[in-house]
Each structure stands twice: as structure tokens, then as C-alpha cells.
Design a protein around this ligand. Structure first.
Ligand SMILES: [Mg+2]
Length: 250
């Protein structure tokens, strides 16, 4: 890799939450459908094919409707009980440890890290690994949602890295396209192995122990990477990052 290319390596990592730092979100929705006696795919079809359902979701993501209003209206569309609907929809999600650890490894190696998430109420973040991040952008807090360009730019600003030096990861194609539209490198997440390999290539870092080293010691923290050394210019906190903004979510 030429010095010029090394200079262009991304220095910021921005990631989605649901379906990236957790197990697959559509699988959780299908488990919800199984439990509620609905046909699998019902939730996904509503958001894809019903303008009213999508508008309701967008309102929730921006924080424009309260959780209980979303639950009441979406329950009516599904024909299920509204009580605790958001929790029931996400009840099948589990932390995706490999991805969470990979973000932690990137941060330990000097990459600035941020979370950009379209929120479905605030309860879901009680279990989020927010300590891996220098900054967070929760859509409901900022009145924006992916794939609006402003939300990606806000994420880049909060971690103090220009958009064209950030890499973004999301499990929705439209959100990946939104990041690319503001100049970010982006990865469409399908599984941890593929995403981590892509991140290692883009960041020039090893984020996991090599095969055969076993996982007992956890991820390699800033270990020897097959990339040329890069300047470590960032001298601790940029004043523009706002890690404190996540505190109320703890
Ligand atoms: Mg997602």
C-alpha cells in the first residue's frame, strides 16, 4: 500500500445497532410472528409495502411519536395486543459478541468509534454496549433518521473525523447507500466474519486473533496489523465528540 493510500485509510468507524451489534433483526421479528400466530414475514411486509406503517416507523425513529402511540397503532395494523409490543418485537435479539468485540478492538487501536442508530424507543439501548463508542447518534434524540444525509454527517462530526475518512456498517441496503452518498466507505452487514474481514481491510488493522490462536484471550487489541504504520495524530479527545450524550441511556 502506498503512503498515499495509507493516508486515506478511514480513521473513524460508525456502526448501526440492530442487526449489526445484535443478532438478525428479521429473525427476531419472525420469532415474534411465530409467538403471535402471524405468518412469518408479516412485520417486514408491512414496513416494505404499507406506506402508513412505514410512516409510523419513521415517526418513531425520529422520536416524533411516543412508544405507546406506536405500539397502539402498529398493534392495530398487525391485529395483536399493543401492550409491550416493542419489547415483544425485539425479544429475540441477542448481542453479537464478535461485532461488539471488533468495534472495541478498533477503538483500542486508535480508531474513533460511533453508533448511528434508528431508534425504536429507548428501552432497546439498555442492553447496548455503549462503552465501545466515543459518541452516539440516536435518531429519536436528534430528530433525524437514516438514510438522511445529515445523520451520517452528525455522526462523523461527533467522533471528530471527516465523513470521507469514516467507514460505516449497517444491515440495511438503503442505509449503506445513504452513507456512501456523503462520501463514507460502507459495508452492508450480512454476517460478522464477512464484515470483520472487510473492516480489517479498510482500516488496515487486525480486529480478531488469527485462526488457531483460540478466543480465550479475546480480540487482538491493536496488535500487529499487515498494514504499514500510520501516524497517530489524534491526541485524545477532540472537543467535538460528545460521549456524554449517551449517558442518560445507561
Ligand atoms: Mg440495523
Amino acid at each position: 500500500m502506498s503512503p498515499d493510500m495509507a493516508e486515506r485509510e478511514p480513521r473513524g468507524l460508525l456502526v448501526d445497532f440492530g442487526g449489526v451489534l445484535t443478532t438478525n433483526i428479521w429473525a427476531s421479528f419472525d420469532r415474534f410472528c411465530d409467538r403471535e400466530g402471524l405468518e412469518r414475514g408479516t412485520v417486514l411486509e408491512l414496513f416494505r409495502g404499507d406506506g402508513e406503517a412505514l410512516a409510523l416507523l419513521r415517526s418513531l425513529e425520529r422520536g416524533a411519536v411516543a412508544d405507546h402511540v406506536f405500539e397502539r397503532d402498529f398493534a392495530e395494523m398487525l391485529g395483536v395486543e399493543p401492550e409491550g409490543l416493542i419489547e415483544r418485537l425485539f425479544g429475540g435479539l441477542r448481542p453479537e459478541r464478535r461485532m461488539i468485540d471488533a468495534v472495541g478492538s478498533a477503538r483500542a487501536a486508535g480508531i474513533r468509534t460511533g453508533l448511528i442508530t434508528n431508534s425504536w424507543g429507548m428501552g432497546i439501548y439498555d442492553r447496548a454496549p455503549l462503552d465501545r463508542f466515543d459518541a452516539t447518534v440516536i435518531s429519536g434524540d436528534v430528530g433525524l433518521h437514516k438514510p438522511q444525509p445529515e445523520i451520517y454527517l452528525l455522526g462523523a462530526e461527533r467522533i471528530g473525523v471527516p465523513a470521507d475518512r469514516c467507514v460505516f456498517v449497517d444491515d440495511l441496503r438503503e442505509n449503506v447507500a445513504g452513507a456512501e452518498a456523503v462520501g463514507m466507505a460502507a459495508i452492508l452487514h450480512r454476517d460478522p466474519a464477512t464484515t470483520i474481514a472487510g473492516l480489517e481491510r479498510l482500516l488496515g488493522l487486525r480486529l480478531e486473533p488469527p485462526p488457531g490462536r483460540g478466543g480465550s484471550e479475546g480480540p487482538v487489541r491493536g496488535a500487529a496489523a499487515p498494514a504499514p504504520p500510520r501516524p497517530r495524530r489524534r491526541s485524545g479527545g477532540s472537543g467535538r465528540a460528545k460521549p456524554g450524550s449517551s449517558r442518560r441511556l445507561d
